[in-house]
Ligand binder design. Structure first.
Ligand code: GTP
Length: 393
């Protein structure tokens, strides 16, 4: 360890910070604005580079200025990283509290650099402040983090905390001989090298966290309808194809409900599209209520919904259709005078069906009959003349 050149490590750490900071800020431009925190992480990394530059330039300026400037920049950089993670997890950023802690710490560092020079006290104060900040950061990741990237970053932050606590303790008991930031001592070298390595790992960790989040958001967008939160048409059709294969293999019956809002155009025309959108949202919530956990609800088109009912025969499907229709009719009218009813076409899988589209086409035919018969009713294709429990509005 004694052969390590700490100035070179300081330079490499600064370069890593500038590269990673630039990458993070570049990614921020291409990521959806819903992913917050990247700007603060990127800025933190760039300030980390400036801190290294200050530490390295101590021969070009009074050493106390290099020490205070470097420490101020390093504290700010680590604070920005923490605030970045708070923003990433949509937490309130309490920067005032940490700005206060940083300011007190910096006053102490200035005192021990200028008024009463004491290198050991500076090391102890600086490492204790950062250990507290890293511990808060690790706690946040522990509470909010999900998935590999967050766990990885949590481990890195936990190790950072331990390294800084160890360095703080060593400043009093084990390291009396050290008098300078770049002076070679086993304890100091170990701290310096591991800290530099952890800075790099932390920046890799936050990059992974952001990439994981973007993937999850795109997956969500590709799976769910953004207005109603129901599945989208593509996902339900794929699930329907799978259900048909299962039926061909195991002969478990299944069925679909095709649902269309009655006179929705009137709701839009009378109250505007925004109210129409709210009705669609409330309707999707009402449709879910009578369904089982295994049933899949999707927005099939503008004001059309499709429900896939696995392991369900036609009689049960019709009953469920009726429950769904009744649940929508029971929805409180909002805005007042804006009643909402639905027509439902039901179809189960039939001998000879080779595609899921055939079921949907039958349900569509049944829906057409329900509309023609006066709306607010459930019609099943096999028995389109069944008396409806619903009433014409
Ligand atoms: N607000 C809103 N309206 C939508 C959306 N998608 C489709 N629509 C509207 O849904 C209405 C569908 O009208 P029509 O197909 O004539 O059907 P309807 O008025 O419900 O009449 P019936 O189905 O015969 O009972 C149109 O006015 C569309 O503009 C949407 O996402 N939001």
């Amino acid at each position: 360890m004694s052969g390590i050149d700490l100035r070179t490590i300081n330079l490499v750490t600064g370069l890593m910070c500038v590269v990673m900071g630039t990458v993070i800020l570049g990614m921020r431009r291409n990521f959806p604005s819903s992913i917050q925190g990247l700007g603060l992480w990127g800025l933190g990394a760039l300030l980390g580079m400036l801190a290294s530059a200050f530490y390295g330039a101590e021969r070009l300026m009074p050493p106390s200025l290099a020490a205070i400037g470097g420490n101020a920049l390093a504290l700010t950089a680590c604070g920005l990283m923490y605030f970045g993670t708070q923003r990433f997890y949509a937490q309130q950023v309490h920067w005032q509290r940490w700005a206060g802690v940083g300011a007190i710490s910096l006053c102490g560092l200035t005192y021990f650099a200028v008024v009463h020079p004491d290198y050991q006290m500076r090391v102890a104060l600086f490492t204790a402040t950062l250990a507290g900040l890293f511990a808060a950061h690790a706690r946040l990741l522990w509470r909010q983090g999900r998935g590999f990237a967050a766990r990885f970053t949590l481990v890195v932050m936990g190790l950072q905390t331990l390294i800084f606590v160890a360095r703080c303790v060593a400043a009093f008991w084990l390291d009396q001989a050290s008098t300078h930031r770049f002076a070679a001592s086993t304890i100091h070298n170990a701290y310096f090298v591991s800290f530099s390595f952890m800075v790099l790992l932390f920046l890799v960790g936050v990059l992974l966290m952001a990439s994981e989040r973007v993937r999850a958001e795109f997956e969500h967008m590709a799976t769910f309808d953004s207005l109603t939160g129901a599945l989208n048409r593509r996902v339900l059709l794929l699930a329907g194809d799978q259900e048909l294969l299962r039926w061909q293999r195991h002969a478990h019956p299944f069925a679909v409900l095709l649902i269309d809002i009655d006179h929705f155009k009137q709701i839009n025309d009378q109250h505007g599209h925004l109210v129409g959108d709210q009705v669609l949202k409330r309707l999707a919530a009402a449709l879910r209520q009578p369904l089982r956990k295994t049933d899949l609800l999707a927005r099939y088109g503008g004001e059309e919904f499709l429900v896939l009912l696995p392991v369900t025969d036609e009689a049960t499907a019709r009953e469920l259709g009726e429950r769904v229709r009744a649940a929508v009719q029971a929805m409180p009218s909002d805005p007042p005078g804006c009643p909402c009813t639905i027509s439902v076409g039901v179809s189960g899988v039939h001998e000879g069906d080779t595609t899921f589209d055939q079921l949907v086409a039958r349900a569509d035919l049944a829906l057409y009959q329900a509309k023609n018969a006066g709306r607010n009713r459930v019609v099943m294709m096999d028995n389109p003349t069944l008396p409806s429990h619903g009433r014409t509005p």
